[in-house]
Design a protein. Sequence first.
Length: 581
Amino acid sequence: MRLSIPESWSRWLPALLVGAVVVLAGGRLITLSLRERAADMRAAAEAVAARHAQRIDIELRSLAERTRDAAQRAAALFADGAPALPASAAPPRGTFWMSDSGRVIRSSDEAVSAALAGDWAASGAAGQASAGFFGPVRYASQWYVAVQQPVAAHPPPGSGAASARVVGYDTLSALLVRARFARLVNEGYDFAVTQSAARGSAPRLLFGSRDGPLTDAVASSVGDPSGHLELAIRPRGGWYPPQLVATEIGVLALLVWVLSFGAYDLTHSVRRARSALGAARRRLRTVHQRLAAEIEQHQNLQLSLEHVRFHDLFTGLPNRRHFMDRLDRALREMRARRRPRIAIVLIDIDRFKLINDTLGPTAGDELMMQVAQRFEKALGGSECLLARWGGDQLAVLAYDVDSPAAAQAIAGRLQEARQEPFALRQHRVRIALRIGFSCIESGLQRAEEALREADIALSVAKRTPAAPTVGYTPGMGGAAVSLVSLEADLHIALERNEFRLLFQPIIDLRARRVVGTEALLRWRHPVEGLLPPAKFLSIAEEARVIVPVTRWVIQRACRLAAEWRRRLPAGADFYISVNLS
């Protein structure tokens, strides 16, 4: 049979169990602690009782010493042959002279002496020759302790005694005061001085800090050979002080309450934590699913961004950055001898700007898309990468090219692919290509250097109408450097006044006379010498220097024409023709 515990009880059950365990363990600890403390207090009390009993014994011995001294002085008075005791002879204070029968011979306090002598005589100690204590004797409200000492000499005649004794006495309270029993009270002890009675009867209480005998006390015998005195002490609060017991019980109760409440709160916290953990797990599962979806979206977006970053927006071809990365990787593979040779082909579309200006930029983008599709189809049989290099330029990276002839064949396929007209907005357009290529046989080159060779070949193809496809040769590098140098010198040639005009006469064969001249431009280069227009005019057009050069030619021709007109006869016709770019 399975017991079912109500939900409300199950909440309190751990707290109750913890409280019960703490009560049992704490009660046991309190019991052991109280017992140990009581044992320690008893040991301490026994030491205190023994110490104070010794002090009482010291006071009793001091009383015996004083009595012995008084007996020696009395012996001189009781010397043999003395007719009688002198009238001025008296025992010291706290002593008296007594006969063996208990009769007081002379005393400083007759009442106390009579009471002590009577008690001594009644005790049956008369006739004993030895000294010793007797009592304590109660007189009035005081207990007296006495010691008797026989006198060595016989008493003088007329004293009525066969022999004499000196009795010294003192109150028990005075003895206790000198024994510093006040400290015992200050230390928190109750004490009682008792005298042993006959067998079967209770001890007689002589003096104490409270009325009645002490129960469950620690006792110590006083070194009194005849009185059987005993000192009993006990802590004023008892061996188990109620205040201490109450404190420890209060601490235990507080501990029980704290731990029980802690167990109850912990149980509730665990329940709440489990509930919160379940809710958190559910939320985490939801967040995880949402995060997975967002990560997937982010990855898709990242792929899209990567595609946009490395591809042209309109044609979908790899862009210049992608081309450069693949070229750099191919050069590293060549350095590692994993590829024998590669080729770079740069393609420039003639009159592309004219198509943009006449049919619009959208038509130019559409043309590039059609060109890219046709070129991809033409390059389908070889391992190549086709990329958009610029606005009107494309680039091809051909892998594992056997020879420059293979690169030339690739350029030839591209030239063949452009032969078919392109349909643009109800227009059929033919295009012309200028192609420059370079074969890379060493991976020691950098990507920029390899591209520069293909670009130089493309520049040569642009300046050579008869050769639309040009492969790079080592000699082109120097020519390109020379062209760059000429272009830089063109910008300062006007400032240095390096241009010259030569004049070719125009003759009228019928009249057999000169009717005009044609101005021919020449550049007197400080290094290259006199250069004809074919050497620098195309460079001036590309460098946008042709306009100021043409202006200089026209102005110079006009000044010369005005000067020559003044020298010619009136009415003579003469002209100067100027060629324009």
